[in-house]
Design a protein around this ligand. Structure first.
Ligand SMILES: [Zn+2]
Length: 306
């Protein structure tokens, strides 16, 4: 029989490290430890460097051991300031894959992540922003309807004055990432196609007045009985201008103000509104012929005149 040498170096388990850390803290009567406290002199069984190596950084080690971490003024975890953005994000992605859930929560992350959710939030602005940066599904996106995603396409398209490219579907111009669209529709191209289908589709209840129901001229209302007037009022178009109509008007007006010609594509400070020509309150209907694109400045000027 042939014998082989077994590897005699027994691997220290995570739990052994953590227990040892707690034992040293206990011995010193502290609820947190400085790196230099973890030494043979204080009864540490293992080496500081191997312990840190196992847990990536000292602060994580402290936290996993149930000890207090040290925090900087900015609320960033001690020792995590130097870690690069990509490394933090990569860990977020890794964990999301491991737990098979892109909607990773702060408590998930604090339990299983290498770093801390506090660091992630401080570094990227918020927990959701960290996930967004890591291209993970953010909760509010998951809950969003296609209409919200289409609305964002409309806004982006208006801002650029043309069809947005995949690389342009990023903050701050876009509320959602390109990857969100890719996940929902298969690709950015497919998302654009779905958007175009949507704005082209008919049979929206809100648009009945636009095609099927003939509008009764306002002067006729005067001679009708009150009852009929009431009935006619009910059949008025809704005041709100839905996404399809807004798209139609913006496209028709070339994503520019019909009064002064300014556009967000040329000047990002310009904000465009689709507005009633004859105000809805003055019996103007929400139909293509009574809608126009105006910049905020011209729109305010108009409301002063009316
Ligand atoms: Zn204008």
């Amino acid at each position: 029989m042939k014998f082989e040498l077994t590897n005699m170096r027994i691997k220290v388990t995570d739990i052994q490290y953590l227990n040892d850390l707690r034992a040293v803290a206990n011995k010193l009567g502290k609820n947190s430890l400085k790196q230099r406290d973890y030494s043979k002199k204080n009864g540490a069984k293992y080496s500081l460097t191997s312990a840190i190596k196992r847990f990536e950084n000292w602060d994580t080690l402290l936290k996993k051991a149930g000890l207090e971490g040290e925090k900087s003024l900015k609320g960033m975890e001690y020792g995590e300031k130097e870690i690069k953005d990509e490394v933090l994000l990569a860990d977020l992605v890794r964990l999301a894959n491991e737990i098979n859930n892109p909607n990773i929560t702060i408590s998930d992350y604090d339990k299983y992540g290498k770093y801390s959710a506090v660091t992630m939030s401080a570094r990227f602005g918020s927990w959701n922003k960290a996930k967004e940066r890591a291209n993970l599904e953010v909760k509010y996106i998951t809950n969003n309807s296609n209409e919200d995603l289409f609305q964002n396409i409309l806004d982006l398209w208006t801002l650029l004055g043309r069809q947005p490219k995949y690389g342009e579907v990023i903050s701050p111009n876009s509320k959602f990432n390109g990857s969100t669209y890719a996940r929902r529709f298969g690709s950015w191209r497919a998302a654009l196609a779905a958007f175009i289908d949507y704005v082209n589709s008919e049979n929206n209840d809100e648009e009945i007045a636009d095609s099927d129901t003939p509008l009764i001229p306002i002067n006729i209302l005067a001679v009708k009985s009150k009852e009929i007037q009431k009935e006619i009022k009910i059949k008025r178009t809704p005041r709100g201008i839905n996404l399809r109509l807004r798209w139609t008007i913006l496209k028709r007006d070339n994503f520019s103000c019909t009064k002064c010609g300014r556009s967000p594509a040329k000047d990002q400070s310009i904000i465009l509104h689709v507005d009633h020509i004859i105000p809805w309150s003055k019996d103007g209907e929400t139909v293509i012929d009574n809608l126009e694109t105006l910049c905020e400045g011209c729109n305010l000027g108009k409301s002063d005149l009316l």
